[in-house]
Design a protein around this ligand. Structure first.
Ligand code: COA
Length: 259
């Protein structure tokens, strides 16, 4: 059991809440363990159609636990960051959509976790940044990598060099978050998104994730070939048969479940 992460299943959504509000949900080994456990349940429990990461209190996650950092050497720090990094890769590889519902501060590792999610919904109270530079270290779980791919080379460079924090609106403007919503409406908006995604084909959702995420790491030509293969895979599915027939018959499609 992880004390730092609360996991709850409701209506096909796996709610994963970072729960160390007294430390602004800073990342320690227990929190990484909880995140890994959540990913495992999402993988195994086929009733789960979407995973949501959020935080208790005023932070989504304030990054690595700096008090823990004060007590460990570079080998141990690397081990913890590697564990987190692998968990974030697993999040990207998960077959269901993963949403970050950023309720407040998302700094350092917190911003890195959000960036590994498929869609980022941010409360108007959210704040983002990579403040590692102020500690004399650099981001270690995607901060210099995913960030540059999301917001562009120079903007990522500026954020990592200065350690400056940006608010939700600025984050939306530079493309770091998909959408900013009123703080009180964050959970409601997540549920609306969940209902929308639940009506889609789980297989097609999975293939979209694979195609976007893996294609992104290839050249355009390789990515397009890869997409074509996955397109054919989707076309051969029962859900495609149903989706296409439903369109022709002018009715809503009834897609299958996760296998
Ligand atoms: N690691 C460990 N504890 C943290 C933390 C972190 N990353 N971020 C916040 N906390 C703790 C604080 O130490 C404090 O607990 P304490 O009073 O028992 O010491 C509590 O959370 C509340 O934080 P506080 O600093 O009092 O809140 P604030 O609103 O004044 O400032 C921040 C909020 C996020 C600006 C500030 O806490 C901060 O800079 N945190 C570090 C962020 C960071 O550098 N993250 C990247 C690490 S690699």
């Amino acid at each position: 059991m992880s004390m730092s992460v609360e996991i709850r299943k409701e209506d096909g959504i796996l709610w994963v809440k970072f729960n160390r509000p007294e430390a602004l949900n800073a990342i320690n080994e227990d929190l990484v363990k909880g995140l890994r456990r959540a990913i495992e349940s999402a993988r195994e429990d086929k009733e789960v159609r979407m995973m949501v990461l959020t935080g208790e209190g005023r932070a989504f996650c304030a990054g690595a636990d700096v008090k823990m950092f004060a007590k460990i050497d570079a080998y141990k720090a690397r081990e913890i960051i590697e564990d987190l990094g692998k968990a974030l890769e697993d999040l990207e590889d998960l077959e269901i959509p993963v949403i970050a519902a950023v309720n407040g501060l998302a700094l350092g590792g917190g911003c890195e976790i959000a960036m590994a999610c498929d869609i980022i919904l941010a409360s108007d109270r959210a704040v983002f940044g990579q403040p590692e530079i102020n500690l004399g270290i650099i981001p270690g779980a995607g901060g210099t990598q995913r960030l540059a791919r999301i917001v562009g080379w120079k903007k990522a460079m500026e954020l990592c060099l200065t350690g400056d924090r940006i608010d939700a609106r600025e984050a939306e403007k530079i493309g770091l978050v998909n959408r900013v919503v009123q703080h009180e409406k964050l959970i409601e908006e997540v549920k609306i998104l969940a209902e929308k995604l639940k009506a889609k084909s789980p297989k097609a959702l999975m293939l979209v994730k694979q195609s976007v995420n893996r294609g992104f790491k290839r050249s355009l030509k390789d990515g397009i070939e890869y997409e074509r293969d996955l397109f054919a895979l989707s076309f051969a599915s029962k859900d495609a048969e149903e989706g296409i027939r439903a369109f022709v018959e002018k009715r809503a499609p009834k897609f299958g479940t996760r296998e």
